[in-house]
Design a protein around this ligand. Structure first.
Ligand code: PGA
Length: 256
């Protein structure tokens, strides 16, 4: 079945890396983004750098996102950051449910769901992460796990004033592939992405058309060509390789 072209997104997740001196690397990425017109590019730096990076990126094609948000808009939650605060600092998106948050902070699907809804409330695109552990893949339960995470983590509805594809991105990140240099086979990636596409259509109907499904986990310039041309892979969520402008731009250049 022919599917409509979906404009890809290559998003970089800097995790807990980056100081004010990293502005030079970000500026390099913003400059390079101008030549890469076939994909949307985004960097999600630590929250401390969002405002400065958003100012640098203003007028460029590079977007800035957060890495997490609290479900509430304000209140007594020391150390947390509201989606509204990310938006106020210049972010246009936020990652929610990254496996490091699910592990380090014991975030449940219900919490991820509330965070994604908070992103929509604040006018941000929610990048919702799902992915199986190694033992789950070995046990043959990958699709069951991903299905459960999608059911629990994706809010209903959407921000009705804009299409769902502008508000929601799903990132498939096998936990065992994150930061390890290991990647699933193209056939395994294709299977999970097709499953996610079907689940999104089942949940949101026609509105799910165009929602991007990113692959994440050890994406680098040398494997991007293979991973990002798999059917239903509409871009990448890049960790380690997004810290270097040349590597990040090299990955995005697959879509030239
Ligand atoms: P990695 O991380 O590219 O360093 O494997 C991906 C991610 O966690 O988003």
């Amino acid at each position: 079945m022919a599917t409509a072209h979906i404009r890809p997104l290559v998003a970089g997740n800097w995790k807990m890396n980056g100081l004010s001196a990293s502005a030079a690397e970000f500026t390099e990425i913003a400059k390079g983004a101008a030549a890469l017109k076939a994909a949307d590019l985004m960097i999600c730096p630590p929250a401390t750098l969002i405002a400065a990076f958003a100012a640098t990126a203003r007028g460029s094609s590079l977007a800035v996102g957060g890495q997490d948000c609290h479900a509430k808009a304000a209140g007594a939650h020391t150390g947390d950051i509201a989606a509204e605060m990310l938006a106020d600092a210049g972010a246009t998106a936020v990652i929610v449910g990254h496996s490091e948050r699910r592990t380090d902070h014991h975030e449940t699907d219900a919490e991820v769901n509330a965070k994604a809804a908070a992103a929509w409330r604040a006018g941000l695109m929610a990048i919702v992460c799902v992915g199986e552990q190694r033992a789950e893949r070995e046990a043959g339960s990958t699709l069951k796990i991903i299905g459960g995470q999608l059911d629990g983590s994706l809010p209903g509805g959407g921000n009705s004033s804009t299409p769902l594809s502008a508000n929601l991105v799903v990132a498939y990140e096998p936990v065992w592939a994150i930061g390890t240099g290991l990647t699933p086979t193209p056939a395994d990636v294709a299977e999970v992405h097709a499953f996610i596409r079907k689940s999104l259509t089942g949940r949101y109907g026609a509105a799910a058309t165009g929602v991007r499904i990113l692959y994440g986990g050890s994406v680098k310039p040398s494997n991007a060509g293979e991973l990002l041309t798999i059917p239903d892979v509409n871009g990448a969520l890049v960790g380690g390789a997004s810290l270097k402008a040349a590597d990040f731009l090299g990955i995005a250049a697959v879509y030239r």
